[in-house]
Design a protein around this ligand. Structure first.
Ligand SMILES: [Mg+2]
Length: 319
């Protein structure tokens, strides 16, 4: 079954430069189908049912051609994990030319120190905050009003300030910063996404977590809001598909969160997935020189078993 769906499978462990989502090493599976290389990399805490959505995306990209593309390069934002202000410059330097930065925020004060540092380095920077649902509605309203008061109109949007749609609907009319929905979309696949403008102004879509190209297009159509394609911290292989997804939207979209290979210790791809002048080229990518990141036999076996279970789940559904 592995050979049928996921030929030339390799399991990799790639160290990160800074802790991100609580991890220091990113584990991924890459394989090559008839249409090119693909990636299956649900985070370790995701169960088989949720991972099956990621596998649907991975199989589609491996075995079917890309959708029609309207752009040959995609503008990307810089991405700042939760870090100390002193680390900001070094990380921003890895996103040359990016005019937008997404800052992960948990604590309001710590976040505002990072915002201040970014603006010190580049007063023109457009700022996105990503709270990953960390605040309740009251906290979100007071924190966002305070950010606006301190820094003015530097904010592009705030991503997922609260977990639930009900909370987003409460926060949205109370704050002068646009709201973007991320988890609200990918954790509620199959929900009714009409009337989504009650909750958010921007939709964040991710190639693997929403289930691939066709699934993402369908959701974007239903939601009817401006779309930002973002990564799930994939290698350049997964990122190449995220770039293709972004390029499949005819209207030139907002800067995308696809520069995250810069957060890895190394890129495994040719052509490289680096940001140049604020953009990354939309191209198929191949892994090169990845032997140094091959996972231990134990981790490789864990992933093979995981992949087999997920494939069986998908086969069972389509049978
Ligand atoms: Mg997010």
């Amino acid at each position: 079954m592995l050979e049928k769906y996921c030929p030339e499978l390799s399991i990799l462990q790639i160290p990160l430069r800074n802790k991100f989502r609580g991890i220091m090493v990113r584990e991924v599976a890459i394989f090559r189908g008839s249409a090119g290389w693909s990636e299956f990399s649900p985070f370790l805490e995701y169960d088989d049912a949720e991972s099956a959505v990621w596998m649907t995306a991975a199989l589609e990209a491996a075995h079917q051609p890309w959708p029609q593309l309207y752009h040959d390069r995609i503008a990307v934002n810089a991405t700042l994990p939760i870090v100390e202000p002193a680390q900001v410059r070094g990380i921003l330097d890895r996103f040359p030319g990016s005019a937008t930065v997404k800052i992960k925020v948990d604590d309001f004060e710590r976040g505002s120190l990072v915002v201040a540092e970014v603006l010190e380095i580049n007063p023109e920077m457009k700022i996105r905050l990503d709270v990953n649902g960390g605040w309740d509605a009251d906290q979100a309203i007071s924190n966002l009003l305070e950010y606006h008061l301190r820094f003015g109109k530097v904010f592009d949007y705030v991503e997922q300030p609260c977990v639930s749609l009900e909370e987003l609907a409460v926060v949205k009319p109370e704050v002068p910063i646009r709201i973007a929905a991320d988890e609200s979309i990918r954790k509620n696949l199959g929900a009714d996404f009409s009337n989504f403008s009650r909750f958010a102004d921007v939709a964040i879509l991710k190639w693997q977590p929403v289930g691939g190209f066709k699934a993402a297009k369908k959701i974007a159509d239903e939601i009817g809001l401006p779309v930002v394609i973002s990564s799930a911290l994939e290698t350049g292989i997964g990122i190449s598909h995220g770039l293709a997804l972004a390029a499949s939207f005819e209207e030139s979209s907002l800067a995308c969160g696809l520069g995250t290979v810069a957060l890895f210790e190394g890129d495994i791809c040719s052509p490289a997935t680096a940001v140049e002048d604020g953009y990354i080229e939309v191209k198929h990518r191949e892994p090169i020189d990845f032997e140094r990141y091959l996972a231990s036999p134990e981790r490789a076996e864990f992933w093979k078993q995981r992949i087999l279970r997920v494939l069986q789940l998908i086969e069972g559904r389509s049978a």
